[in-house]
Ligand binder design. Structure first.
Ligand code: SF4
Length: 96
């Protein structure tokens, strides 16, 4: 039986560190092109533009797959801090 990506991700387990966000974004960062890159690249869809037309980016680290893509393209820009979650926290892949 072949599983889709969504089905595989659906069986992963994520233990959320409610006390410490492992990714911090700069909400004052003003370059919309950089924000759009994050919206496109995040496989978990955690970066979103607010629908009020104000160009504000929203981000929630809960559900992060720890792929590092946002770090690779935006650390020092929109992404102001990126660390792995503390030990035993974060994503646990179950289907490779
Ligand atoms: S590390 Fe990957 S999954 Fe997590 S927020 Fe960044 S791009 Fe999204």
């Amino acid at each position: 039986m072949t599983m889709s990506i969504d089905e595989k991700l659906g069986v992963d387990k994520i233990i959320v560190d409610e006390e410490n966000a492992h990714i911090i974004i700069d909400k004052q960062y003003s370059d919309d092109a950089e924000k759009r890159k994050l919206i496109k690249i995040c496989p978990a869809g955690l970066y979103k533009m607010e629908e009020d037309g104000g160009g504000n980016l929203t981000f929630d680290y809960i559900g992060c797959l720890e792929c590092g893509a946002c770090r690779a393209i935006s650390l020092g820009k929109v992404v102001s801090g990126w660390n792995h979650p503390a030990g035993a926290m974060g994503v646990e892949y179950r289907m490779g």
